[in-house]
Ligand binder design. Structure first.
Ligand SMILES: *Cc1c(COP(=O)(O)O)cnc(C)c1O
Length: 400
């Protein structure tokens, strides 16, 4: 490992765009739910690369797929067929509502594709001018121009105006608000079934079902951004399964290839037909190496026993965190499903993230006051107990 005379922080600041505020830690190795920094200190990882490494770090099946894939074929472009891509698409459609898949390289790109598909579908069926998309306040859909325009948080949009036209924002969990926002220009409703970056908000019972009924009535496409909530995170392969409702279009990314960059947009046949040769493309999308890694990942995550264990661990985690809430009055609420859990405080959470890190646990804070726990899906009760113990120490110091 190369070291830098002035330290990695200084070297990074000198050569890399200042787009990230980083914690003063450099990780060099990972295995399962454990990370090690460059000083050899060990950490319990309850962030998983922000809900990415579902199978934990360097999972043997994924590593094997990457090793074999790297020896076999890395890239040929989408001018040709490649076996892992087609096999992965067949698996994703078998396991979901969808009939067709488009592969991208990130969540933002998957959402870009979804926005384009919704516009194109509407244009094909209803003529031009019907391109508005209703999105949610406090949503997050990415950082490209269209996806930041679709994101209901002004902090990601400020300074980049003019935004892409045609997005409006309503309160999450209100079908009435969507209904009131529909105009003759609306073509789709875009939302995360569970809001991640916006502070861990879960759908109220019946909300998504009623939303779908409204979309059917108004001839709008329903788009679920499951970039964060998908692939086992909430204890079912996709979060929508727990709501008894499926979308017309769904996007995936984060956990899809357990850390290699890959995204996907899935849709029903009916909707997918709006894309024809030349409608959309990306050089790297669905290449054989990442597709092989994703196949290995999906194979493990989609096992019913694996999903059941996520639900079990999640239930246990919520019970342990409920105990903490009883003890520490500054915890306002604990909410979660599977291993997607938020702990809302009545003060900023950043200091607790830093103190957890000092004590050897990686978590993060979203929406200022919500501590977010999205551990590897392989975490069990032992890891939950360690996390709860560290939180208890940190919270006790705060209470002194
Ligand atoms: C992370 C995230 C994105 C953006 O994904 P990138 O891969 O960073 O472009 C989009 N939507 C949701 C819900 C996310 O959590």
């Amino acid at each position: 490992m190369k070291t830098f005379s002035g330290g990695i922080e200084q070297e990074c600041a000198r050569h890399i765009f200042g787009t990230y505020s980083r914690f003063p830690v450099a990780f060099v190795r990972g295995e399962g739910c454990t990370l090690w920094d460059d000083a050899g200190k060990e950490y319990l990882d309850f962030l998983a690369g922000i809900a990415v490494c579902g199978l934990g770090h360097c999972h043997p099946e994924v590593t094997r797929a990457i090793e074999e894939g790297a020896r076999q074929l890395i890239h040929v472009s989408n001018l040709f067929y490649t076996y892992p891509q087609v096999e992965l698409a067949a698996e994703l459609t078998r396991l979901s509502f969808a009939d067709k898949v488009f592969f991208s390289n990130s969540g933002a790109e998957a959402n870009e594709a979804a926005i384009k598909l919704a516009r194109k579908y509407s244009n094909d069926h209803f003529g031009s001018g019907r391109f508005h998309i209703i999105s949610m306040k406090d949503s997050f859909h990415g950082r490209t121009m269209a996806t930041l325009s679709a994101t209901g948080q002004t902090k990601v949009q400020k300074g980049f105006e003019p935004l892409v036209e045609g997005f409006s924002f309503v309160d999450f969990n209100s079908v009435e608000a969507v209904e009131a926002a529909v105009t003759d220009k609306t073509c789709a409703v875009l939302l995360e079934p569970v809001q991640g970056e916006g502070g861990l908000h879960f759908p109220a019972p019946g909300y998504l079902k009623d939303l779908k009924a409204l979309c059917r009535q108004k001839k709008l496409l329903l788009i679920f951004d499951e970039v964060q909530s998908g692939l086992g995170r909430t204890g079912t392969l996709f979060a929508y399964e727990q709501e008894g409702v499926s979308p017309d279009i769904m996007t995936l990314a984060k956990a899809l290839a357990n850390g290699l960059p890959m995204g996907a947009m899935l849709a029903t046949d009916e909707v997918a037909q709006a894309f024809t040769p030349g409608s959309h493309a990306t050089t790297f999308g669905g290449g054989p190496l990442v597709a092989s890694a994703a196949l290995a990942t999906l194979k493990v995550i989609s096992e019913p026993d694996f999903l059941e264990k996520i639900r079990d661990t999640g239930t246990y985690l919520l019970a342990r965190f409920a105990e903490l809430k009883e003890r520490f009055s500054f915890i306002k609420e604990v909410r979660g499903r599977g291993l997607m859990v938020g702990m809302e405080l009545d003060m900023p959470g950043a200091q607790f993230v830093t103190r957890c890190l000092e004590k050897g646990a990686v978590i993060n804070c979203t929406h200022d006051t919500v501590l977010r726990f999205v551990p590897p899906l392989i975490a069990g009760r032992a890891e939950v107990n360690r996390m709860a113990g560290i939180l208890e120490d940190v919270f006790e110091e705060e209470s002194l």
